[in-house]
Design a protein around this ligand. Structure first.
Ligand code: EPZ
Length: 430
């Protein structure tokens, strides 16, 4: 088993380059299924979720050519519609985008229910409601989402989402791009990756208006043509490094970001006494003084992102005073709290609310990364803690962070990958 080992207490100094956005890439890659001819996609992050979604496309018959480290060319002209293996689909949440894309292109799709981080219930009823509004018949049988359109082509529909859902918004956009007529999504999500998917599809010939607002209109077109597109920088990766600097102290230039996308994070960090200087496509993050307490509530964009909740919690553990953290998106996103307690954090959780009593110091401990962002938060906590934190379950972290060890090492963090023989791991189990 491999673990990350972090020795905390070293202020971070230097430059970090942000990769392409995971949650944009895992929707834009399936969108290539709708396109005739080769799509060249740039600024692809090298993370395991991207490897998996590319694998699903290849299993369907797509040709995927690596142009360089961050660019792939995908040609789905020869794709044949077929069933997808349970084992692959269950490893990743974004496999649900294959349903919208195949339904839009072929008029039917059979895709196993998706996997992804365990954040409490993750229903897909809003995705299904959208497909049904476009004339599809959808059922879930033996763990497989089976969707089909009786006459082979979806027709434009009108759907009001009962809650703001990123996945449902994107999936309906995918299905509607080639539908017959206009689809309207009301109460749509507004995350930067929603706009990125719309920009990708529009650059290939789609007609999508209003992405980034709560009403999105998609006028279906007959076909999409290949082209070249560059994915936006990852808001959450950048935010994670911002919290790492807030926790460990120091000064770091974070490059290849869209500062506007970071405002929800920047605002909170400033309240906490962290200096954030915005430039055109970078931010400088600096902390030299104490961390101030604050309250944080996660919300859909432009609110504070749920995918930054564990990382900001790591910083609040070291703030002067008591902070209240409220999870406004997921039922259960505090599974990491017990791990933080091993490091000396003082946190009480009641339902969706966590009350964090700041402590003077955290101390290194063996901890388990129970999901992607929780794992990232353990690195953030470990960077500020006294002594050594060893983190297992790192496959979760590698799903969404490209070269995290290398990027942090380059700004002076003492972090490394260590190999622990399995018999040693087993002897620790109990
Ligand atoms: C996306 O998940 C992200 N995943 C998540 O990031 C992120 O936490 C989430 O959006 C919110 O921003 C990907 O993009 C692959 P939702 P998604 O549909 O689309 C409820 C990470 O760490 N809901 O916006 O699955 C749902 O239960 C991951 O990168 C329904 O009830 O989230 C939740 O409470 C973790 N029915 C809320 O809506 C539905 O049909 C928002 O979920 C759909 C959602």
């Amino acid at each position: 088993m491999t673990k990350y080992q972090v020795r905390g207490g070293v202020p971070l100094r230097g430059t970090i380059q942000i990769s392409g956005a995971k949650n944009a890439a895992v929707a834009i890659i399936p969108a290539a299924l709708l396109v005739n001819g080769p799509c060249r996609i740039e600024n692809i992050p090298q993370i395991s979720d991207v490897t998996l979604i590319l694998q699903i496309l290849q299993d369907l018959g797509a040709q995927v050519r690596t142009i360089n480290r961050t660019t792939v060319e995908i040609n789905c002209s020869g794709v044949r519609n077929r069933k997808i293996a349970h084992s692959t689909a269950r490893k990743i949440r974004a496999s649900y985008y294959i349903v919208g894309a195949l339904l839009g292109r072929f008029g039917w799709a059979e895709v196993p229910m998706p996997g992804g981080c365990d954040l409490g219930g993750r229903p897909i009823d809003q995705h299904i409601k959208g497909f049904v509004s476009m004339g599809a018949q959808v059922e879930v049988v033996n763990g497989i989402i089976k969707a089909k359109v009786p006459d082979g082509r979806l027709s434009g529909g009108q759907v009001y989402l009962d809650m703001v859902s990123v996945g449902a918004t994107m999936n309906i956009m995918l299905a509607a791009a080639l539908a017959d007529g206009m689809t309207v999504i009301e109460n749509a999500a507004k995350e930067p990756h929603i706009v990125d998917l719309a920009n990708f599809l529009n650059s290939m010939g789609a007609n999508i208006m209003g992405a980034g607002t709560d009403t999105i209109k998609i006028r279906g077109v007959d076909s999409l043509q290949g082209g070249c597109y560059s994915i936006i920088p990852d808001q959450i990766e950048a935010g994670t490094y911002m919290t790492a600097i807030a926790a460990a102290g120091g000064e770091v230039l974070i490059q290849n970001v869209i500062p506007k996308h970071l405002e929800c994070i920047t605002g909170k960090l400033r309240e906490m006494g962290v200096d954030v200087e915005e430039r055109d496509d970078s931010v400088v993050v600096r902390r030299t003084g104490p961390i101030h307490r604050t309250n944080v509530k996660t919300q859909p964009y432009p609110g504070f992102p749920t995918d930054m909740q564990p990382q900001i919690a790591a910083v609040l553990c070291l703030a002067q005073g008591t902070s209240v953290l409220t999870e406004g998106v997921w039922d259960s996103r505090y599974r990491y709290v017990d791990e933080f307690r091993r490091m000396g954090a003082q946190i009480q959780v009641d339902g969706k609310v966590a009350v964090i009593e700041g402590v003077r110091r955290l101390t290194g401990a063996p901890v388990h990364a129970c999901d992607l962002r929780a794992g990232a938060a353990m690195i953030v906590a470990g960077l500020a803690a006294e002594g050594v934190t060893s983190i297992d379950g790192i496959h979760h972290i590698e799903r969404g962070y490209e070269s995290i060890v290398e990027k942090l090492s380059a700004v002076g963090a003492d972090i490394q990958v260590v190999y622990v023989p399995d018999d040693e791991v087993n002897s620790q189990a109990g």
